[in-house]
Structure formats: C-alpha cells, structure tokens
Design a protein around this ligand. Sequence first.
Ligand code: NAD
Ligand code: UFG
Length: 336
Amino acid sequence: MRILVTGGAGYIGSHACVELLESGHEVIVIDNLSNSKEMSLSRVKEITGHDIKFYTLDLLDKVKLNQLFSDHSIDSVIHFAGLKSVAESIVNPLAYYRNNVSGSVNLFDVMTKHNVKNLVFSSSATVYGLTDSLPLKENCPLSAENPYGRTKIMIEEILRDLHDSDNAWNIISLRYFNPVGAHASGRIGEDPSGIPNNLLPYISQVAIGKLKQLTVYGNDYATHDGTCIRDYVHVVDLAKGHISAIEKLDSHPGLVIYNLGTGNGYSVMDMLGSFERANNIAIPYTIGPRRPGDIDASYTDPGLAMSELGWQANLGIEDFCRDAWRWQQDNPNGYE
Ligand code: NAD
Ligand code: UFG
C-alpha cells in the first residue's frame, strides 16, 4: 500500500517508517521539521535499504497539502504530526489548538476531498487524565488536564463525528502509553531539543555526562517505592502496532480505539535501577518535590489490542534501557 505518514521525521514516525518499509509498503512522509531533522529519514533509508519520498510541508498549508494529494494516489494515512509538550501547551495553548486541531482538520478535509478515508491517528494515554481506575481500558472516561491533552480528545471527537457523518471512513486511534527506547541499530532514536522532559532521555543524558543528576519528582506517591508508575512501551513495538492497525483497516473496522502499552507498570526507581544494571553505569540522583500534574500510576490493560489487532509488546525494561543508551552513546548530540 502507499501510505502517507504525517510527522514521519519525528521519534515515533521514523520508527514506524522502518516497519512500514520492511513490511513492503510504499511511504510518503510530510513533516514541517519543527521538532525533527530530515536526517532521521536518511537513517531510515540506511536501515531498510528502501527509498522514502519526503516533502517539507506544514499541515497548516492547505494548498500544498491538497497538491500533494493530487500528485500522489494515497491508500491510507498515519497521522503523527503534532506538538507534544504538556508544559509548552499550558504556556502557549493557541499554538497547540492551531497546530494540532486546525492542522488535523485541514488533513481530514483534504483526505475527504480526495476520497482517502483510511486513517490511523496518534492519540495518547493523556486522554484519561487524573484517573485512578487501573488498569486503563479504552472505555474509561476521558478528562484532559492541559491543552495538549485537550487537543487529543478534540481530535478523537472530530474523528467520531466524521465517521458518524460518513461510514466509508475507517479510523483507528491509538492511545500510546509512554514510548521509550530506540531502534536496535542505534541509528534512529529520540532527539529532544533542549533539556529533556521525559524520564529515559533525561537518565541517558545524565549517563553520558551532559546533565549532572536526575531529579526524581517525588517519592511519596501511593506506589511500592513511592515513585510514579508508568506503562513504558518500546518505540519499535509501538511502530509495529501501526502495521497491525494498517492491516486492520483492510477489514473496514469503522471507528476503533486501542491502547498501546505493555500492561506492566514500572516506577521511576525501577527504571533507574534497570538502566544502571543493563548498562553497568551509575546514575546520580536526588529526590525532589512532586512535578505538578503527575499521577501516581498509569498502565493499560492491553487485552483489546491483543484480541482485535493481534498486537502485543515483546520488548521489556532491559531492552528500553539498553537501546536508549546505545542511541545516546552513538549519537551524543542527536542528529546534529
Ligand atoms: P515528534 O515531535 O518527535 O514527532 C512529531 C513530528 O510532527 C515532528 O517531526 C514535527 O516536526 C512534526 N510536526 C508537528 N507539527 C506539524 C505540522 N503542523 N505539519 C507538519 N509536521 C508537523 O513526536 P513523537 O514523540 O514522535 O509523537 C508523534 C505523535 O504521537 C504526536 O502526535 C504525539 O502527540 C503522539 N504521542 C507521543 C507520545 C510521546 O511521549 N512521545 C505519547 C503519546 C502520544
Ligand atoms: N520523571 C522524573 N524526573 C524527570 C523526568 C520524569 O522523576 O526528570 C518522572 C515523572 O515525574 C513521571 C515519570 O518520570 O513520574 C514519567 O515521566 P515522563 O515525563 O517521562 O512521562 P509522563 O508520563 O509524564 O508523560 C508522557 C508524555 C506525555 C503523554 C504521557 C502519556 O510526556 O506527553 O506520557 O502518554 F501524554
């Protein structure tokens, strides 16, 4: 199939491109490179030995987007493009609504016009908000705590309305839990700009000496060691989930939503200890205050993705830590 990947130069998108190409799909990537480098796609070509068509294109540029759909016959779209920083979305909410919501509406509009009605959308576990109903299932109530999370809920709702208006649409929203790790080749991985917000990139930068120590945000949560629990999922497993979703679109599923996680919850201290053991390296850390907005624990029941998509995560905590560290060591300055 010929698949358009929006945001394909980014962290999850580049890993998905590898899996798509290795599964025999043809890939066209559009990205405005606002949070990525084109080099990620050169690396994808190097890993797979396959070519990718790439266009620097902003989803807000509807004229160019329309032209792209006129120039290429596209079977399905995987929509990763979006801004993803919770903190930034609180400071600059309009940028998030404009980019994520308006950009998505432009995309769906152009897809409608060109009769392309197969879509996989990157949603997030953030749509479950501050819940304590664990493990999280797809039918748990939604509540967003910040503008970023609200953009994901809004886009999911727009997609529901779109499907209600026209049953020819086949839409799969994938709610990712915490993506971590990197491709086993060490050639593609997460390349955060500035100081990382996320745990594993932060630990990796401490390990390589770019940052002095990890601050563990709170150790008084109601968990086995007092630190927050998350459902970390290897980015390559996540990427493979998109292959399963693309294949599922063939069965005309209508509108469906799947949580993608392992179902295992690990605490901050579990991750820290595992990184130290897997890579034989000591990580200095200190215990700091809680980070506003963090919840005690978040992990999924992966049963629905398993039964309906035939997808299940295969990689575990040692793989997360080993692969993140390989990527960091081989690319101390990311794609620079
Ligand atoms: P990323 O920032 O690495 O990738 C997103 C890509 O989209 C970037 O390459 C960026 O340049 C591009 N982009 C942004 N706005 C665009 C626009 N208007 N037009 C064209 N391109 C645009 O992020 P990621 O971690 O790969 O995340 C991919 C998707 O998954 C996002 O939608 C994100 O919200 C979602 N998600 C990510 C996480 C996570 O922790 N990484 C968790 C849940 C959901
Ligand atoms: N943490 C630290 N120190 C750090 C960074 C993180 O202790 O320097 C802790 C956090 O307090 C949290 C855990 O590590 O308890 C995980 O934090 P991350 O920032 O890595 O991940 P979050 O669960 O906060 O959020 C991530 C994405 C969100 C997304 C969410 C659910 O950043 O965008 O997963 O998918 F919505």
